[in-house]
Design a protein. Structure first.
Length: 68
């Protein structure tokens, strides 16, 4: 079974920083780029990552199967 990892649609991200506040081991707000980014897709439990996904006001974070 393939592992799922969090992915951010950077075009939809409004750089609010909620994901970083909830899960700083996985997400980082990159102010220079104007959006958040995934810095470590395994930096927290799936439940913690899901909480960050649920807290996103524009729902731009989703699960995707990890590519080999």
């Amino acid at each position: 079974m393939a592992k799922e990892v969090p992915v951010i649609n950077t075009e939809e991200c409004i750089a609010c920083g909620n994901c970083q506040a909830v899960c700083p081991g996985v997400f980082r707000l990159n102010e220079a780029l104007g959006h958040s980014e995934v810095i470590n897709p395994t930096g927290a439990s799936d439940d913690e990552i899901q909480l960050a996904i649920d807290q996103c006001p524009v729902q731009c974070i989703h699960w995707q199967e990890e590519e080999d």
